[in-house]
Design a protein around this ligand. Structure first.
Ligand SMILES: NC(=O)c1ccc[n+]([C@@H]2O[C@H](COP(=O)([O-])OP(=O)(O)OC[C@H]3O[C@@H](n4cnc5c(N)ncnc54)[C@H](OP(=O)(O)O)[C@@H]3O)[C@@H](O)[C@H]2O)c1
Length: 262
């Protein structure tokens, strides 16, 4: 059966670019793209129209558990499995800018950021893990030994600023905390889902600084050659994904495949 990839948070930025990459480079893979407002996601609709029969767009707000449950049920009945789950959605902060110091911190800002960036991706895995356990290991590297083969891959999109060990600058309380906690979820998931039959590789991936809306307020501080296009970043990240196996689970990797300290 053809590979099935689900991209959560696919309306724009890296999410839509992952869809485009998979449609162009992983035929005949089926691509399921989820976003919270399909009617307003005209670029996604245009992409689906260019690839008839290959792409399914479904409505899913990652903050609504009932959306996640109902999309998982529909994917189960239409596809029966998922080989790759990409948790892409995130926000920097509801204001669009990270906190520069403690006085910018608000309880509501932190709670919203954690809800979208950390809780949502984990609840996604709760409902999609059974489908990934039914996967056929269509992404990544499979060793010869059957006992070490995986059925699926989960990618939680993280950020280098979520690394506690790498944090020398401070600031961005909500975003940093949300990604550090997401990394803990990745590690926990890798333990629970790395056992028995239907092993799932779980990683956090950092895409570099990419030319998208999320980091736009800060682009003028980034040297030109350090600001990736979505096309470049996705190409790098897909190379990392295709090199994954169960021996690499439970870690955070940057776009160039190097491990990021927790
Ligand atoms: N861009 C960078 O420089 C950079 C650097 C490091 C890490 N990352 C990470 O890479 C990932 C992708 O970021 P990006 O740069 O592509 O960001 P982006 O262009 O701002 O896109 C964010 C996406 O998240 C979706 N989203 C937000 N809240 C949602 C919700 N409640 N339910 C469903 N979807 C929701 C947005 O959907 P709507 O269109 O509906 O708002 C949009 O599709 C994120 O996890 C981000 O933290 C990005």
């Amino acid at each position: 059966m053809a590979a099935v990839a689900l991209v959560q948070g696919a309306s724009r930025g890296l999410g839509i670019e992952f869809c485009r990459y998979l449609l162009l480079n992983k035929a005949p893979a089926a691509v399921i793209a989820t976003c919270r407002n399909p009617d307003g996601a005209e670029h996604l609709a245009a992409l689906a129209a260019q690839h008839p029969g290959r792409m399914t767009v479904l409505k899913l707000d990652v903050n609504r558990e009932e959306d996640i449950k109902s999309v998982a049920e529909s994917v189960k009945s239409d596809f029966g499995k998922v080989d790759l789950l990409m948790n892409c959605s995130a926000m920097l902060h509801p204001s669009g800018k990270g906190e520069t110091s403690l006085r910018d911190v608000s309880a509501q800002g932190i709670i919203s950021t954690l809800t979208t960036n950390t809780v949502g991706p984990l609840v996604m895995v709760k409902y999609f893990a059974p489908l990934l356990q039914m996967g056929t290991g269509a992404f990544g590297q499979q060793p010869q030994e059957k006992a070490k083969q995986h059925s699926g891959i989960i990618v939680n999109m993280t950020a280098r600023v979520g690394s506690i060990g790498d944090n020398a600058l401070g600031g961005w309380y909500s975003y940093r905390m949300s990604k550090a906690a997401l990394n803990m979820a990745t590690r926990n998931l890798s333990i629970e889902l790395g056992r028995g039959r239907g092993k799932i590789v779980c990683v956090s991936l950092h895409p570099g600084t990419v030319d998208t809306d999320l980091s736009r307020p800060y682009h003028r501080n980034v040297p030109k050659d350090k600001l990736f296009s979505t096309e470049n970043s996705v190409q790098y990240l897909m190379n990392v994904i295709e090199s994954l196996n169960i021996g690499k689970t439970g870690k955070a990797y940057a776009w160039d495949g190097t491990e990021i300290p927790w």
